[in-house]
Design a protein around this ligand. Structure first.
Ligand code: PMP
Length: 409
């Protein structure tokens, strides 16, 4: 007889042995005080500072966003009441889709309950609808895209990360079948940026479709916050732009935007869209307010960029092994899962600084790191406190502090 519980327990023991067992810090963020939060530590609740939030611009506490959410909840209630097909298509969700289509200069947009689901449903459905489709996927694509590729069941080829020559080679061999190139604009762990123009050139040359994940770029790049493709003037050369409402926009949900026929086909065929309850109207209203605000306001983007520059400089000046990136992501390399976890624990317990350790499988073994995401509310005092605390932790753990100012990828 199988001992089911023992089996599950053994998988947990294995994770613990490999130092990959995940422990979550229980937090309560306080609107109006981001990045401050309360942490339920071993000695009771304690005030801490979050340095690893994906609410990159603090829009989750923006008065206009919170107001839109509470007002919509008061007037429309808490939930959507059904799938999009069965009474869940509220004005607020339709309005959000119009806002997103306008943001990306596309004919249509479709909202999902998360960015994860939008990738899973979007990629798999598009590929399934294209007979004999070949998917070309960047080697560092996010798990939601990998699962989308898997669920498609189509042939797939993985191109070396950001390597245009390799993509060219694979496309040249693919022949005349339908091809879908899937990639991200900002890669969240290394903070590097895809060669979007080069990918568009290749897609046009080989008649392939393009699908870009701008999850770590929307809200933050481009004059209206539409992402890297907007910043580089390339939005109209990309077939499908996917994004999230849960990071820079500070709420919840995901979406795809593109030509009406493509978006309508996904709407009509994707199980991950059809068979699940729609986003609550209050969330849709909050997301719409956030997008509308960041279309015109540059203050949050400017504040973030200033905080990123100040943080990077303070950490480098202190001799910490900062990986250089062109974006808002500031990885500090540790290179060992145990030490990475210990560094994170010490920062939290001794210094009230919360930075989640990033270990395998999120990043390759040997490249474990602390991933810091400075935002507009991290002021100079917080930056100085961070640098001081990290140096102290590095010294406690016997980690090297470098004199050279950069660590290459
Ligand atoms: N794409 C990428 C590149 C991501 O990093 C993430 C989440 N971290 C997602 C998609 C999923 O987005 P969401 O959190 O909205 O589900």
């Amino acid at each position: 007889m199988i001992d089911y519980l023992a089996h599950f327990q053994s998988t947990l023991d294995q994770l613990k042995q490999e130092r990959r067992y995940r422990v979550f810090a229980t937090l309560e963020r306080q609107a109006g005080r981001f990045p401050h939060a309360t942490w339920d530590g071993p000695d009771g609740p304690r005030d801490i500072v979050i340095w690893c939030s994906n609410d990159y611009l603090g829009m989750g506490q923006h008065p206009a966003v919170v107001h839109a959410l509470t007002e919509a909840a008061q007037s429309m209630g808490a939930g959507a009441g059904g799938t999009r097909n069965i009474s869940g298509t509220h004005r607020a969700v339709v309005g959000l889709e119009h806002e997103l289509a306008d943001l990306h200069g596309k004919e249509a947009a479709l909202v999902f309950t998360s960015g994860y689901v939008s990738n899973l449903a979007g990629i798999s459905t598009m590929a399934k609808l294209l007979p004999d489709c070949l998917i070309l996927s960047d080697a560092l694509n996010h798990n939601s895209m990998i699962e989308g590729v898997r669920a498609a069941g189509s042939d797939k080829l993985v191109w070396r990360h950001n390597d245009l020559a390799h993509l060219d080679e694979l496309l040249a061999r693919a022949g005349n079948r339908p091809k879908l190139i899937v990639f991200e604009s900002v890669y969240s762990m290394d903070g590097d940026v895809a060669p979007i123009a080069g990918i568009c050139d290749l897609a046009e040359r080989y008649n392939a479709m393009t699908y870009i994940d701008e999850v770590h770029a929307v809200g933050m790049y481009g004059p209206r916050g539409a992402g890297m493709a907007e910043r580089e003037g390339l939005m109209d050369r990309i077939d499908v732009i996917e994004g999230t409402l849960a990071k820079a926009y500070g709420t919840l949900g995901g979406y795809i935007a593109g030509k009406r026929a493509v978006i309508d086909a996904v709407r009509s065929h994707a199980p991950g869209f059809i068979f699940t309850t729609a986003l609550p109207p209050a969330i849709a209203a909050a997301a719409t307010a956030s997008i509308a605000h960041l279309k015109t306001s540059q203050a949050e983007r400017a504040g973030q960029q200033a905080a990123v520059a100040a943080t990077r400089k303070a950490l480098l000046d202190a001799g910490l092994p900062v990986m250089m990136t062109d974006t808002h992501i500031v990885p500090v390399m540790v290179g060992d899962p145990d030490l990475c976890k210990q560094a994170s624990d010490l920062l939290l317990e001794r210094h009230g600084i919360y930075i989640q350790p990033i270990n395998y499988p999120t990043v390759p073994r040997g490249t474990e790191r602390l991933r810091i995401t400075p935002g507009p509310f991290h002021d100079h005092a917080l930056v100085d406190a961070l640098a001081g605390a990290m140096v102290s932790v590095w010294q406690t753990l016997g980690l090297p502090l470098t004199n050279t100012r950069t660590v290459s990828r």
